[in-house]
Design a protein. Structure first.
Length: 227
DNA sequence: CACGCCACCTGTGAGC
DNA sequence: TGCTCACAGGTGGCGT
């Protein structure tokens, strides 16, 4: 079992690869022999030892498919994916090259899986806070010294989130079923009106953390610290 | 090509 | 209590 971006890849003896994406609410749940299907179980993989692996996904935003393994690289859903932010190749210079000439906001650029993979709405907000960059900045307008802060900020927030077992707002669970704990470490996400870490503002006056909508998605940021 | 927007779903919590 | 509404971690596809 391996991973590319937010896809889970399971190499099968048949020469095919099972391609899974959990979307917003998907889970793989292992259960014992003859366990009845639960609500929102869409696929059951039944093993010779009696174990069932159920693909459970209430919102059905997830994906499950079989692809011939030798065709994986050219497969539509994987072909255009960008660089892994925790790979050695993800340097500030690389990020700068990806953002160069981009007219869209830096927030939208971070969510664009064709540039950098794996960054979702929470971690885009949190990385921009750590880099002290406004989510509204044009991606192409970032100066080299700003990108030198952003690339490490992305790596740091992802590593910290992995360390904490991910962010359980509602559905998310670690592979072993445990809750994640990174939601307790959010600096800005889902904290509208509150203080950001290290804040010495008069929050009654400044309003604290702001929430705006970009590309139809919530963005949380500190207008004082993020420029 | 680049970008913004919408649809795809169900569940939940807030407000009334 | 129960109704309606807004909103939620993602992303493919379409219109501009």
């Amino acid at each position: 079992v391996s991973r590319r971006a937010k896809y889970i890849l399971v190499a099968l003896d048949s020469g095919q690869t099972l391609l899974l994406h959990l979307g917003m609410s998907g889970r793989i749940i292992l259960s014992h022999e003859n366990t009845p299907l639960q609500k929102h179980d869409h696929i059951s993989l039944d093993f010779d030892n009696g174990i069932h692996a159920r693909f459970n996904d209430p919102r059905r935003f997830g994906y499950c498919g079989l692809v011939p393994t030798e065709k994986l690289g050219g497969y539509k859903l994987l072909r255009a994916l960008g660089i892994e932010p925790l790979s050695p190749g993800f340097t500030s210079a690389k990020l700068a090259a990806l953002l160069k000439g981009k007219n869209t906001s830096i927030k939208a650029a971070l969510l664009d899986q064709r540039l950098v993979v794996g960054i979702g709405n929470i971690y885009a907000c949190e990385a921009l806070f750590r880099a002290r960059l406004s989510p509204k900045r044009r991606a192409g307008s970032l100066k080299p010294e700003e990108i030198k802060k952003l690339a490490p900020a992305i790596r740091a927030v992802l590593n910290a989130a992995i360390e904490a077992g991910g962010s359980s707002l509602r559905d998310y669970r670690q592979a072993d079923g445990e809750l994640g704990y990174f939601q307790h470490h959010f600096a800005v996400y889902d904290r509208e009106g509150q203080r950001c870490p290290g804040c010495d503002c008069n929050v009654k006056k400044t309003g604290g953390i702001k929430r705006i909508t970009q590309q139809g998605r919530s963005t949380f940021y500190c207008p004082v610290k993020q420029k």
